[in-house]
Design a protein around this ligand. Structure first.
Ligand SMILES: NC(=O)CCC(=O)C(=O)O
Length: 284
């Protein structure tokens, strides 16, 4: 059974972001249109692409994402998708829920007509403490989302996570078992965990599930308070890195096809060899 219904070109935009939201949105638009001119059908933006990344910035930049008119970023993303005629996975942006006043790290996904297809709130907040290297507590400012997100497109189903979500293999496994051909993670790893785990995690999720995996980071800005790792990458269902950027701004493209998924699932048939009779309930 084909889970990737037709071949297409995926583009990741490793965007150079700064403190000015309007400039970030304008720059994102330029890059999305550039990707579309190069033939991309699905375009991905990075985590927190319209703001600096840091707990002290989230409330200042947060917008209510209820309708395009409620939010500069929502309407900018919808029109980017429409103007480029691409599916747009709009990285993530700080969200303020007007009803509860809670803040979230949220990704909006649009169809090529500019219609909102999905809204994913980061489920696993980035709370880590590596003494002398990095302490980051997203939960000091944000609340976690409570739902998995699978987006239906004409190419097939896309599983969506945001950055730290990649460390929880259950999300990707469930998405793959529900027929997703790719997991996409807008993400901003850092100079400690980036070199250690970024590529390893992308390749692991791909190998575990025999699907494509795409990670899209902001470009590194050494003048910012948080130094993103960069290295946006697309990994194939065998776990091989197809395309990878360094740390500066750029676009990366790959053609995704069903045959690569079929080949690895035929050669190493773990997807049909699972023993759910032995490990029925991983949460117990
Ligand atoms: N923005 C994030 O969630 C960062 C995650 C990260 O760096 C990690 O090591 O995990």
């Amino acid at each position: 059974m084909s889970i990737l219904k037709q071949p297409f070109k995926l583009a990741l935009v490793q965007l150079a972001t700064g403190a000015d939201k309007t400039t970030n949105l304008a720059r994102a638009k330029t890059k999305v249109l550039e990707a579309a001119r190069e033939g991309a059908n699905i375009v991905v933006l990075p985590e927190c692409f319209n703001s600096p990344y840091g707990t002290n910035f989230f409330s200042q930049y947060a917008e209510s994402l209820t309708t395009p008119t409620s939010s500069e970023s929502f309407s900018a993303l919808a029109s980017m998708a429409k103007e480029s005629s691409t599916y747009l996975i709009g990285g993530s942006i700080p969200e303020l829920d007007p009803a509860t006043k809670k803040l979230y790290n949220t990704s909006l996904v649009f169809s090529p007509d500019g219609e909102l297809l999905a809204k994913h709130r980061k489920i696993h907040l980035f709370d880590i403490n590596i003494p002398g290297r990095i302490r980051f507590m997203e939960s000091e400012a944000l609340s976690p989302g409570d739902n998995m997100t699978i987006v239906e497109t004409k190419y097939g189903k896309i599983g969506l996570g945001i950055c730290y979500d990649i460390r929880f293999p259950e999300l990707a496994m469930i998405a793959a078992r529900r027929g997703c051909f790719v997991m996409v993670y807008p993400g901003a790893f850092n100079m400690t965990t980036g070199p250690l785990h970024w590529s390893l995690l992308a390749r692991s999720r791909a190998v575990d599930n025999q699907i494509y995996v795409a990670l899209c980071s902001p470009a590194r800005d050494i003048n910012a308070s948080y130094h993103a790792w960069g290295h946006s990458m697309i990994v194939d269902p065998k776990g091989e890195v197809m395309k990878e950027l360094e740390d500066s701004e750029g676009l990366v493209f790959a053609n995704l096809v069903q045959e690569k998924i079929e080949e690895v699932r035929r050669e190493i048939p773990v997807t049909t060899q699972r023993r759910f009779d032995v490990y029925k309930n991983v949460a117990e």
